[in-house]
Design a protein around this ligand. Structure first.
Ligand SMILES: Nc1nc2c(c(=O)[nH]1)N[C@H]1C(S)=C(S)[C@@H](COP(=O)(O)OP(=O)(O)OC[C@H]3O[C@@H](n4cnc5c(=O)[nH]c(N)nc54)[C@H](O)[C@@H]3O)O[C@H]1N2
Ligand SMILES: Nc1nc2c(c(=O)[nH]1)N[C@H]1C(S)=C(S)[C@@H](COP(=O)(O)OP(=O)(O)OC[C@H]3O[C@@H](n4cnc5c(=O)[nH]c(N)nc54)[C@H](O)[C@@H]3O)O[C@H]1N2
Ligand code: SF4
Ligand SMILES: [Mo]
Length: 749
């Protein structure tokens, strides 16, 4: 029998990469996955798969895949289900949708943030289209990923398209990887590769991270460990050195920036505290010296001084901001402070430089999200994505002070949830113990439908469970993540097993039940929609992309546009700020933001970036009971919670609490012991790894392990979010899931 070989985009699940796989198919079964074998150039590098893509068949053919629609038979959350027909499942769900609509109105519906399906036709977008046709639902804005950085960047630059095309890193001489770990978390396929190329070209690479991450090991010349949540202190002290030693780019600051010092303040605010005032301590009496920063950050003052000199003088340079440090209490400040350093060193708008911030790719924003048309939501009210739990508990009290837009107050609390490709209902949201308590209460959320491929911690709380097929079992299309120079086709490889269906098909069938089938499908099947999406891509960004028939016939799997002359963000503005002003109120880079000043929250949202002690901090009273900072980084073995049940990845990268020998010894903990990590919100028990690759005083529990409570409610899987909180950042209403204080004890024996 002949093996069929098909080139296909990896299912990805929003892993940060988009890679090419080569599938071998025998008799309706995928038997092997290889990766990209095209010629490899810097302009158009191979899209090489990571360990998750290469071990995907362990997920694809996992015995625990959901096979049939099911309904809950025990108490909500107990995890007891019974097989039912599709007709009953969709009939029940449609009936509940009608009932809730009549009782509370459409704003009682909610489709939570869920990133599992990352191709155009899989995931929550398909459900959103149906909801919009059914009269809409409560909307959300912003993300769990980069809620802070995507909103904050515009305050200083007037746009979030602040990144050069990545091939331009080869023109850099100095690269600061700040809270950035592209060797492990994918931040665009090939970001790690292009950093390697830059280093080979002579760039010095420094990694600033509390953990000696895979990137610190494999990409950097130097690792600078820093206490989590104190980056702004180090950045401020670097600015101090640059000011004292006159190393900053005074010319660029005077022609392109406002708010650096008293000579360039917004009109009417000349006497307010400028950035330089803050750094020198002119008004608050605290100069932000390297000595001051050493006490907060744990980074020796001489290291801070040296890094400041290097970044200010070895030019052009890149200060790349990862998202770890913005998923924290005052994440906004870290984003602003990094952008200010890039600006005052004059690294904006130049070849080999980098403006920092969100860094969507110049000159057009790179990737095209959501090409599949979800349509317009008739319900105008939106909440910040992280605050859905508030909208369940006190929806009608929520207004602009809670980040609500499009309404003065919410009309109702959330009453029906449809979670598609989403584990943020339980596992990926803060404070799991609080969440599961209110999810269990049927008086709050009256109906929950979960649509997934596995019985996840979220799926356990479903009233109706709908089994989705995988991306290999339907048609799809995807392009880059943050950087988008290629489009990957995902042809259907094999049939959906058992009674599973694609998200699109489930929605089409539900639409039929609701009497809006024709409007939903517009007569298209999945393949026809992909054909339609390709034409949208052609119009938006890829004029020469082949048609679907051509792509299929060639079995190329990918269409890419080589980057021979990388685009440089802010090139025009750099050359002529008067002719090409920024879209900020002043038209310049706003080191001092009048918009933030007008917000009137100087303690939490100051107009210039400041170090603010986190609400859970080793310097606060809470440290007496819970002295250790806990982080949960994005690990190689999972995409969030996806792949947690992949046995190969579990074997290769077991879930462990990572702890420094100093902290371990104090607590009588040896490598491999079972330890209990706990705080006021919850506890988890999991084996540990004792290693000097993490700063003393800090532990790490890679995020995403499936919450597995024992009879005492103690998690047994190392699920980070039993420890994190639901508190949000002060002015972007984003999660601060990395800001956690804990204690650890040995539970061995
Ligand atoms: N393998 C893998 N790749 C992924 C994902 C995944 O789950 N797995 N998820 C994807 C998605 S959706 C996203 S949003 C991105 C997330 O990407 P990021 O948010 O950038 O990833 P994190 O691992 O949370 O943080 C990056 C680094 O910041 C460090 N860090 C944490 N707190 C601090 C701090 O206060 N200061 C400093 N200097 N460093 C700190 C962490 O140790 C980590 O090494 O990753 C994407 N890529
Ligand atoms: N403590 C802590 N928590 C975090 C983070 C952190 O850094 N620390 N990071 C946050 C970030 S950046 C993000 S993006 C979120 C991610 O949180 P989520 O968006 O919930 O992502 P996953 O945990 O991967 O869950 C996705 C689910 O979709 C399912 N799935 C996969 N493909 C499909 C499909 O095609 N169709 C359907 N119907 N289902 C599918 C998977 O089985 C999985 O259960 O987590 C956030 N939570
Ligand atoms: S980085 Fe993402 S898209 Fe690439 S192989 Fe890994 S899981 Fe797949
Ligand atoms: Mo994310």
């Amino acid at each position: 029998m002949k093996t069929r070989i098909v080139r296909v985009g990896c299912p990805a699940h929003n892993c940060g990469g988009r890679c090419l796989l080569i599938a071998h198919i025998n008799d309706g079964v995928i038997t092997q996955l290889e990766t990209d074998d095209r010629p490899d150039t810097t302009a158009d590098p191979q899209l090489r798969a990571c360990v998750r893509g290469r071990s995907y068949l362990r997920r694809q053919y996992h015995p625990d895949r959901l096979k049939y629609p099911m309904k809950r038979v025990g108490k909500r959350g107990e995890g007891k289900f019974e097989r039912i027909s599709w007709d009953e499942a969709l009939g029940t769900f449609a009936g509940e949708m009608q009932r809730v609509k009549e009782t509370y109105g459409n704003s009682a519906f909610y489709i939570p943030y869920g990133t599992g399906g990352s191709s155009q036709l899989m995931g929550s977008g398909t459900a959103q289209r149906l909801m919009n046709l059914f009269g809409g639902c409560l909307g959300y804005y912003s993300s769990y990923s980069w809620g802070v950085i995507e909103q904050v960047t515009s305050y200083i630059y007037g746009t979030d398209i602040t990144g050069n095309q990545r091939q331009d890193w080869l023109n850099s001489k100095y690269i600061l990887m700040w809270s950035w770990n592209p060797a492990e978390m994918r931040d665009g396929t090939n970001s790690d590769f292009l950093i390697k190329c830059a280093r080979k070209n002579g760039a010095r690479v420094v990694c600033i991270d509390p953990r000696m991450s895979m990137s610190a090991v494999s990409l950097a010349d130097e690792w600078v460990p820093i206490r989590p949540g104190t980056d702004v202190a180090m950045m401020s002290a670097m600015a101090y050195v640059m000011i004292e030693e006159k190393l900053y780019d005074a010319g660029f600051v005077s022609t392109h920036c406002i708010g650096f010092d008293e000579t360039r303040m917004p009109p009417g605010l000349e006497h307010e505290e400028s950035y330089k005032d803050y750094i020198l301590g002119t008004k608050d009496g605290v100069p932000k010296t390297p000595g001051w920063a050493e006490a907060l950050t744990g980074v020796p003052r001489n290291t801070i001084i040296r890094i400041a000199r290097e970044y200010a003088t070895i030019k052009p340079g890149v200060l790349y901001q990862g998202y770890g440090m913005q998923r924290r209490a005052y994440g906004e400040q870290a984003v602003l402070a990094g952008c200010v350093l890039a600006s005052i060193t004059g690294n904006v708008g130049v070849c080999g430089g980098w403006a920092s911030g969100m860094a969507y790719q110049a000159d057009d924003g790179g990737v095209l999200w959501n090409v599949f048309p979800v349509g317009e939501n008739p319900v105008k009210a939106m909440i910040p994505s992280f605050l859905w739990s508030e909208a369940v508990l006190r929806g009608t009290e929520m207004g602009p002070e809670d980040g609500v837009v499009g309404a003065e107050k919410l009309k109702t609390s959330i009453k029906l949830i449809w979670a598609v490709a989403c584990n943020t209902l339980v596992n990926q949201h803060g404070n799991i113990n609080r969440t599961v308590e209110f999810l269990s209460d049927e008086n709050l959320i009256e109906f929950i439908t979960v649509q997934d491929q596995f019985l996840t911690p979220t799926a356990r709380f479903a009233d109706i469970l709908l089994p989705a097929c995988t991306q290999f079992e339907t048609w799809g299309l995807e392009d880059g993540w943050k950087y988008g120079d290629e489009v990957l086709l995902m042809p259907k490889l094999v049939d959906p097993p058992h009674e599973t269906k694609s998200d699109y098909q489930i929605c089409a069938d539900l639409a039929e039940k609701l009497g809006i089938g024709e409007e939903y499908t517009q007569g298209r099947d999945a393949r026809a929609w992909i054909e339609w999406c390709i034409e949208e891509y052609r119009e938006a960004r890829f004029p020469d992309i082949p048609t679907l028939d051509e792509l299929e016939a060639s079995n190329a799997g990918v269409y890419s546009v080589p980057v021979t002359e990388p685009a440089i963000a802010f090139k025009d503005f750099r050359a002529n700020p008067e002719a090409f002003p920024l879209r900020t109120p002043s038209g310049k880079i706003e080191i001092f933001s009048k918009a933030l000043y007008d917000m009137g929250k100087p303690d939490t949202a100051p107009p210039v970036p400041k170090y603010i002690q986190e609400w859970e901090s080793p310097f606060g009273p809470e440290a007496e009971r819970y002295p250790l900072l806990a982080m949960g980084h994005h690990a190689i073995q999972r995409v969030h919670s996806t792949h947690d049940n992949n046995d190969w990845l579990r074997d290769a990268f077991p879930q462990r609490v990572i702890i420094n020998p100093i902290d371990a010894q104090e607590r009588g903990i040896s490598n491999g012991d079972n330890v209990k990590v706990f705080n006021q919100r919850g506890a988890t028990i999991c084996p540990c790894r004792v290693t000097v690759r993490i700063l003393p005083g800090v532990i790490d529990i890679p995020q995403g392990a499936w919450w597995t409570p024992d009879e005492n409610g103690v998690d047994r899987a190392g699920s980070t979010n039993v420890l994190s909180s639901q508190r949000w950042t002060p002015w972007t209403f984003s999660n601060a899931l990395h800001t956690i204080m804990v204690q650890i004890e040995n539970v061995e024996g």
